[in-house]
Design a protein around this ligand. Structure first.
Ligand code: PBG
Length: 324
């Protein structure tokens, strides 16, 4: 008689039979960068996650590298006074985000630095594209993204992360990078990025919520999965190095579909709301937050994620150190 429980009878056989293993090599840590010096503020809806100024960010990156985390996705917290309709600060080489990226790469060349390519942190409309008469323009936005990407590539960043869901942006940006000699700068494309309620805490962190409407004319409908394959095909053909699915937990089927159809690394973005849910329930004693964290990260890997962007990166790395 086949009795599946035999392979669960002891820790030894369970370990031997284990199909998926999470390691520190899987994690990218998203970080929020502040302008100024010696500044640190906790994101209220993301307990344990801090916005940091450059000096403290350098210490954070160093600590993470020591822990074994190698990848960092860095987002700027832009003061309202710097925002405008065309996100001009996003490609101003004197702007703190670009200066700090240069500093981070200089001090820690071994760290993999990923940038965020989208207008929303710098846009007075809080949208990822140029707004005209209430509409989000696509092709005109590409022009700004192109300037943003060249300024970011110039900092020495390893990968750029277009997170806006404009059409053609991967091909457009690949082309511009190649033309300017940045052939080694990679593109991690936010390929299947859904119009999700799980981004709430991130928008608190950056104060980047849309000033009107929502993002449904560019981010994907959560009801669709074949459309994710279409987006992936386009990004793959346009030259993306990594395809990302975002959010992760409610979209594990999408991670699996991309993994089985495209032979490049698949990333999952375990977003701010997913972090907040576990932290909130944990702090109430409604579940064991540490176990829920490891279980959800493992599920992303099992679904097919090669790379997991997660605010839990440090905690999960510490957990792995203690339990191995
Ligand atoms: C926007 C962007 C968002 C996130 C990353 N880049 C939010 C949005 O689309 O409004 C969300 C990340 C998270 O929730 O952790 N370009």
């Amino acid at each position: 008689m086949r009795r599946p429980r035999r392979n669960r009878a002891s820790e030894a056989i369970r370990d031997l039979a284990q199909e998926t293993t999470l390691t520190k090599n899987d994690f990218v840590f998203p970080l929020f960068l502040l302008e100024g010096k010696n500044k640190k503020s906790e994101v209220e809806s993301m307990p344990g996650i801090f916005r940091l100024s450059e000096d403290l960010m350098l210490k954070e990156v160093e600590a993470c590298l020591k822990l074994g985390i190698k990848g960092f996705d860095i987002f700027p917290v832009v003061d309202e006074s710097h925002k405008d309709k065309l996100a001009t600060k996003s490609y101003d080489s004197e702007f703190f985000y670009l200066k700090s990226l240069t500093k981070i790469k200089k001090e820690f060349p071994e760290a993999l630095v990923i940038t965020d390519v989208a207008m929303d942190p710098y846009s007075s409309d809080g949208h990822d594209g140029i707004v005209e008469d209430g509409k989000i323009l696509n092709d005109q936005t590409l022009d700004i993204l192109g300037q943003m990407v060249l300024a970011q590539a110039d900092t020495g960043a390893d990968m750029i992360g277009p997170s806006d869901m404009m059409d053609f942006r991967v091909g457009y940006l690949r082309n511009i990078l190649d033309e300017q000699g940045f052939t080694d700068t990679g593109i991690m494309s936010y390929t299947a990025k859904y119009a999700s309620a799980f981004y709430g805490p991130f928008r608190d962190a950056l104060d980047s919520a849309p000033k009107f409407g929502d993002k449904k004319t560019y981010q994907m409908n959560p009801a669709n999965s074949r459309e994710a394959l279409l987006e992936a095909e386009l990004d793959f053909n346009e030259g993306a190095d990594v395809l990302m699915v975002k959010p992760a937990l409610a979209y594990l089927d999408i991670i699996q579909r991309l993994k089985s159809n495209f032979n490049i690394p698949i990333a999952a973005y375990n977003v701010s709301g997913e972090y907040a849910m576990i932290k909130a329930a944990g702090s109430k004693g409604w579940l064991d937050a540490d176990k829920a964290m490891m279980e959800s990260l493992l599920s992303m890997k099992r679904a097919g994620a090669d790379i997991i962007l997660t605010y839990f990166a440090k905690e999960a790395a510490a957990h792995l150190d203690q339990h191995q």
